[in-house]
Design a protein around this ligand. Structure first.
Ligand code: ADP
Length: 546
């Protein structure tokens, strides 16, 4: 039987439109036309001008035959052109493929071929990788040289410069609102810590929702001054490319993540918010005193992308930053869970607060649900803080799927949930804590050892700046924990035996690293420690004998 609410109450053009973050820019330009939208070095761009530049880009691309469903790739650091591409490209129904600016030529080539890129915007700092990537690529995309005033003065590749390309476009270009919010807006390749990069396809609806979810979670508003320490090519800058515009905040661009640039930028522009992987926080904490500054205002910093050790959260708080902990993946538009603060934590001491904050927490308000389950049966694990299962997510901010890879998409979505591949526990308060990626867990004498748990202890060692723990083949135990450690600059030398003794006092004996190596840790361009490389190194040490 139909209800009275099904009669004469139709979905029509006036009451139903596709959700898209593109409207954020049009609105910001109408509401705050003269407000500074983008700061880049000495240059300032108003919202009116940003809107016109994005329309020019859309128009210029359309004159080159770009339209719905075409891929436009960009290889650039956090500069205005990449921000503009987040609007100009999807205004045509085309799909933005923001490529990791630090990838090698072979991987960039793989991405251009796999995505079928028709236009390729390249910053001059990335020209070498781009040139190599384009070798033998058929058909060759139209290549545009982004001659950023703060970048190299020469050495660009391309048929014309980005500014000349924009000049050929119409600043009043009338873009059309997407008919279908399910339409793809972005194509983001995973950073490859799990092997071959996979092309994650995200849609307008998810981008709109995650931008709003992030704006609310991180407390953005019109006074927000957002410093671009997080790569825009990483999950579209966790959707902050759209979220900051949604609230009419100011984007402060940054070509390079360097404390010597970050501290002065915060002071000069009155930065209120920034995001970064824990490695960025570690860089700020260990910056030389000559570079470090304290600010009169509270700076909000959201961290995620890897587990922030509680020692890092505590050190940031001591430096006067307020830390928000987010967890997510490329497949879920970046942040999808958050360690939401509870009032009773106010009464905890600083260490206990940091321990609570190091948990990945609860689903973002725009993510419909999360759980920790036995991945084989999909049965939820008890909320006991000890039973390990896989974190699964579902909702409207989950990718469409992997481009041209149905098998991987089906595998990721099995059982009606998105499988994150991350193992964790559910605490009695419902908060989730990640223990490891499935492939990073160490199995020693039949016991699971969470590498993150061992690292958490190592980070409390006074001389340790960074630590990563992986499995080393072990004659007796099958695997045993092997720690790789970078000491703080200027730290007194320490020894394997001393580190092992430190761990023995603070964890169960079977979890204590049996091997400790000192040196720099290999990282991905998004600042993640490359555990697979460390695993190789641990394997190369040979099987360990008691
Ligand atoms: P890739 O999978 O290629 O490394 P992603 O950026 O999608 O690129 O990485 C997502 C992964 O990063 C997650 O699956 C998880 O293992 C890790 N991660 C992200 N945020 C956190 C966090 N707050 N705590 C622990 N791990 C995290």
């Amino acid at each position: 039987m139909t209800s009275i609410y099904d009669q004469g109450l139709d979905r029509v053009a006036a009451n139903h439109m596709a959700l898209t973050p593109l409207g954020f820019l049009e609105r910001a330009a109408a509401v705050w036309p003269d407000k500074v939208a983008v700061v880049h070095g000495a240059a300032r761009t108003s919202y009116r001008e940003l809107d016109r530049r994005c329309r020019r880009l859309a128009s210029a691309l359309s004159r080159c035959g770009i339209g719905p469903g075409d891929t436009v790739s960009v290889l650039a650091p956090n500069i205005p052109a990449l921000l503009e591409a987040h609007y100009g490209v999807p205004m045509l129904g085309a799909v933005l493929n923001a490529i990791n600016a630090r990838l090698d030529a072979a991987t960039v080539g793989f991405i251009l071929r796999h995505s079928g890129a028709k236009v390729f915007l390249v910053d001059r700092d990335c020209a070498e990788a781009a040139r190599g990537a384009l070798e033998g690529l058929e058909p060759r995309p139209l290549v545009i040289d982004i001659a950023d005033p703060l970048g190299p003065a020469s050495g660009g590749i391309g048929e014309m410069t980005y500014e000349a390309f924009l000049a050929s476009g119409d600043p009043d270009f009338a873009w059309s609102w997407p008919e279908d919010e399910w339409q793809a807006i972005g194509l983001n390749y995973t950073s490859g810590t799990t092997g071959n990069p996979k092309g994650v396809v995200v849609h307008h609806r998810g981008a709109f929702l995650n931008a709003i979810g992030n704006a609310i979670t991180f407390g953005l508003g019109p006074e927000t001054v957002y410093l671009w320490t997080l790569p825009m090519f990483h999950c579209n800058g966790w959707c902050y490319t759209w979220a900051v515009t949604a609230v009419g905040g100011t984007h402060v661009c940054l070509r390079r993540v360097d404390p010597a640039l970050i501290f002065p930028a915060i002071a000069e522009h009155g930065v209120t918010h920034l995001c970064g992987a824990p490695i960025v926080l570690t860089m700020l904490i260990h910056a030389p005193d000559t570079v470090k500054r304290r600010f009169k205002h509270l700076v909000e910093v959201a961290t995620g992308g890897a587990a922030p050790p509680s020692a890092v959260i505590a050190a940031m708080s001591q430096m006067g930053f307020h830390v928000t902990h987010l967890y997510g993946l490329t497949e879920v538009y970046g942040p999808s869970t958050l360690c939401a603060w509870q009032e009773d934590w106010d009464g905890f001491d600083a260490d206990a607060q940091a321990t609570m904050m190091a948990r990945q927490g609860v689903n973002l308000l725009t993510m419909a649900g999360q759980d920790v389950v036995d991945p084989a049966t999909m049965t939820p694990v008890p909320a006991d803080g000890t039973t390990i299962g896989e974190l699964v997510l579902r909702g409207n901010t989950v990718m469409k799927g992997y481009l041209r890879n149905r098998a991987a998409s089906d595998e990721a979505f099995r059982g009606g949930w998105f499988h994150t591949g991350d193992l964790g526990v559910k605490h009695p308060d419902g908060y989730v804590e990640i223990k490891d990626r499935a492939k990073d867990i160490i199995i020693s004498g039949g016991e699971n050892i969470s590498s993150l748990e061992v690292e958490e202890v190592l980070y409390r060692h006074p001389q340790v700046m960074e630590a990563a723990v992986v499995a080393r083949p072990d004659a007796k135990w099958g695997e045993s924990p092997c720690a790789f450690i970078t000491l703080k600059p200027g730290a007194a030398p320490t020894t394997e035996a001393e580190v092992i003794a430190f761990c023995r006092e603070r964890m169960a004996r079977y979890k204590v690293p049996r091997t400790v190596m000192f040196g720099a840790l290999p990282k991905t361009s998004t600042g993640k420690i490359q555990k697979f490389q460390l695993r190789e190194q641990a394997k190369a040490l040979g099987e360990r004998h008691e």
